[in-house]
Design a binder for this molecule. Structure first.
Ligand code: 5RP
Length: 226
């Protein structure tokens, strides 16, 4: 899928125009867009400011020479570019396989246009069909949140690092619980509301009614625009 990701990332980077403030997503597909924006800054004097969605995207943006700003300094973003783990026919998403969904949602919510870069492997009929929903949780609230999730999903597990690293720690110092919904989620808006209301949950990976465009890259290098 590398060619597909590259095609989607590079075509989305062409949406960026001088003067824009752009949200910079996280993940391997968006990385192609960041590198392409960096090339245009070097080669064709494009002037933009980026707001990164994670320490990883901040580091990559710096490497690519993209000037950075914050949501303190700018009021709105013209565009946000980001990847996804699942995309439904209604353009709803699951994000957060990289654990960056909380900042990604904050940045996407500030953007006039939220363009999601995917490949055909991310398409689902119902959210939750293939991937878990990541739930970012305050470490001391892990027990209660796991017990509540056990009643609403098929399986909830604390995301662990490699070998004996212990739980994965997010950029906020929180942990992640992965909630699996066998066969997909019947009512994503109800799950969204339930998760938002749980004490100790910072945010979760359901992105509903947020994406304005989906760029689906294909292995032959073509890009489908939804
Ligand atoms: C990180 C994300 C990523 O955007 C998502 O996991 C897609 O990543 P990739 O482009 O590497 O498949 O939500 O939190």
């Amino acid at each position: 899928m590398e060619e597909a990701k590259k095609a989607a990332g590079e075509q989305a980077a062409d949406l960026v125009r001088t003067g824009m403030r752009v949200g910079l997503g996280t993940g391997s597909t968006t990385a192609f867009a960041l590198r392409a924006i960096g090339r245009r800054i070097r080669e064709s004097s494009l002037h933009v400011m980026g707001v990164p969605t994670s320490f990883a995207s901040e580091r990559l943006a710096r490497e690519c020479g993209i000037p950075l700003t914050t949501l303190e300094e700018v009021e709105a973003l013209d565009l946000a570019l980001d990847g996804a783990d699942e995309v439904s026919p209604e353009l709803n998403l699951i994000k957060g396989r990289g654990g960056a969904h909380t900042r990604e949602k904050v940045v996407a919510a500030q953007a006039k246009r939220f363009v999601v870069l995917t490949d055909p492997s991310k398409d689902v009929k119902r959210l939750g069909e293939k991937r878990v929903v990541p739930v970012e949780v305050l470490p001391m609230a892990t027990g209660p949140v796991l017990r509540t999730l056990d009643d609403v999903c098929t399986e909830a597990t604390l995301r662990m690092g490699k070998e004996k690293d212990g739980p994965v720690v997010t950029d906020q110092g929180f942990w992640i619980i992965d909630a699996r919904f066998e066969g997909g989620i019947d009512n994503p808006h109800a799950i969204d509301r339930m998760l938002r209301d749980l004490p100790g949950v910072l945010d979760h990976g359901l992105f509903l009614d947020m994406a304005t465009d989906i760029f689906v890259g294909h292995p032959d290098g073509s890009v489908e625009h939804r």
